[in-house]
Design a protein around this ligand. Structure first.
Ligand code: GLU
Length: 304
């Protein structure tokens, strides 16, 4: 497959979508980002890397980090995780309180905020040095020792984090958070604040694309079946309440974030990351989704 040619033509064909939507602006650090950027990177299981556009520009990975924290939690407590977090799509917005209240503090899945906050609580309880251990895991996955948190982003998320604080309180009320709420929220916002570029993220997601290879990075050892299940949850829950639309248009497991990034995998073939800050109403990157739709259409490669 001539991926370089394919992504060059994608870059031309997403141009008409430039300027549509707007970037997340709930915190200053995200509002400041130049919204008119677009990057794409494909990393194949054979080790070939293809990229175009702003693929070297670091951005806030936001909710994409929920894939990494889920991987760490599964490594630490295995299937016991599913006693505290479900694995069904939520069909509601990522920060909804209503469903969490109706379902008595058991979040639908690990990719909505409530689920990721429970996962953060588990990591805080089980890891000797949670912040260092998490970032070393990502550095190992990518092979880039310079990846880091953005503490300014984490701090302003906390300052504006009223809804996430409400979620954490509801979880605590239902005894689904063991630790101190402030510490759990701080760690959750740190997880969201990690900055990576398309190339780093594609390198990190390759480990999820190729689940025949033993998954062992930074002390996280997952079986091939666990990696397969993480992909399954990406497929059904990775795009807020637009997971069905993404499946319909693109047909790859993946995870998006409000920083405008989308990471996806074609199992056994490649990982792909697109980034463009302007979002649609559901919080997914407009040019990013279009680019991935074009990718699976042009290559006629999709899991379906
Ligand atoms: N830090 C954001 C929040 O918790 C994450 C949003 C996202 O990317 O979904 O609200």
């Amino acid at each position: 497959m001539k991926y370089q040619e394919v992504i060059e033509s994608i870059c031309r064909e997403v141009k008409p979508f430039e300027g549509l939507g707007k970037q997340a602006d709930y915190i200053p650090a995200l509002a400041r980002v130049n919204p008119d950027q677009f990057g794409i990177c494909i990393h194949t299981v054979h080790g070939d890397v293809y990229s175009e556009g702003d693929a070297d520009v670091p951005f806030s990975i936001q909710s994409i980090s929920k894939v990494f924290s889920l991987a760490m939690a599964l490594n630490l407590i295995g299937d016991r995780l599913w006693e505290r977090v479900g694995k069904e799509p939520s069909g509601t917005s990522f920060n909804s309180l209503i469903q969490l209240e109706a379902e008595r503090g058991k979040p639908r899945n690990p990719f909505i905020n409530a689920g990721a906050i429970v996962v953060a609580d588990i990591l805080l309880e089980k890891l000797p040095n949670p912040e260092e251990d998490f970032i070393s895991f990502i550095r190992e996955l990518t092979g880039n020792p310079d990846i880091n948190y953005n503490e300014e982003v984490a701090r302003s998320e906390r300052e504006k984090g009223y809804l996430n604080a409400a979620i954490a309180n509801l979880l605590k009320y239902h005894d689904n958070i063991k630790g101190d709420i402030e510490e759990v929220l701080h760690f959750y916002f740190m997880l969201c604040s990690v900055e990576m570029n398309c190339k780093d993220l594609a390198a990190a997601f390759l480990a999820f694309a190729d689940h025949r290879k033993h998954f062992s990075y930074g002390g996280v050892d997952l079986s091939s079946s666990q990696v397969k299940r993480i992909n399954a949850i990406m497929q059904t829950c990775g795009f807020y309440d637009e997971a069905g639309e993404f499946s319909f248009l693109v047909g790859l497991p993946g995870k998006s974030g409000v920083g405008g990034g989308i990471a996806a995998v074609y199992p056994m073939r490649y990982s792909v990351v697109v980034w463009s800050p302007r979002l649609n109403q559901k919080g997914n990157s407009i040019m990013g989704m279009k680019a991935l739709e074009l990718l699976t259409t042009k290559t006629r490669e999709s899991i379906f």
